[in-house]
Design a protein. Sequence first.
Length: 297
Amino acid sequence: MTPEQLLTFAYVADAGNISRAAALLHLSQPAVSGQLRLLQDWFGEPLYRRRGHGVVLTTAGESLAEQARQLRQVYMQAQAVRDAWSGLETGVLRLGASTTPASYLLPGLVAEFRRQLPSISLHLSDGNTSQIVERLPTLDLAFIEGEVPTGLPGDTEVHRWQQDEVVAIARSDHPLAQTGVAHAHELAAYSLIMREPGSGVRQLVERAFANAGLAPAVGLELAGVEGVKQAVRAGLGISFVSRMSMRHEDGTLAVIRLAPQPLTRTLSILVPHAQASGRAAQRFLQACLALQPSKHD
């Protein structure tokens, strides 16, 4: 057994998928499989079983995974000690953010951080909420939309950050655009354009329809806010976006708020390996938490 094998096993245990863990570790899938095989041979018991496209830990695997996670925690603490001694002159800050915070909240914060600490190498990756949560083990800070998923590693710290409103959008000549307010059953009568599965906006909208006893058909499914807007401009239907994304529109699209209550959600910051968080991550986190709550127009 080697520390590398245990660290690899910790990522596989959290990801539930060998190829996904390999991507997080920047290793090839055969390399990860080889480390798992050697670790299993050393342990003398099956540690996992394949199920569909993923893996499920055995009882023995669950026990060993706890030790593997503790080793990863110690490893991250060692990195934090190194960062503390070297100060903030150099280093790497890895951020992951879902669409709304990545597009409308983080750019200004990142620009100010770079101005104050130009030698810090800052990497920002975006995706939908599910994708960002999957990348959590490789990030210093993660910014997500909506409900915080269950089953996060025990050393993950959660900060409720900003409030956001999700609104329907339609072409400005659409019948519902005149009132600016609509109930779920009125929206369900039209062709709907939805974000891809895993999107925080889609999850919130689907829950609102389900609570109203509705199951509207999705006429078109697209990834990304701008693609959704273009489809609405083309007259393909009604869609749903963060109200933040509508601040600088040219008038071709109309905002329709949901009645009787606006559809709101919380944007949260996740701090993986919180006890071993580096100084650069803590500095950026403090700047985020100091940001004034966003106000809806």
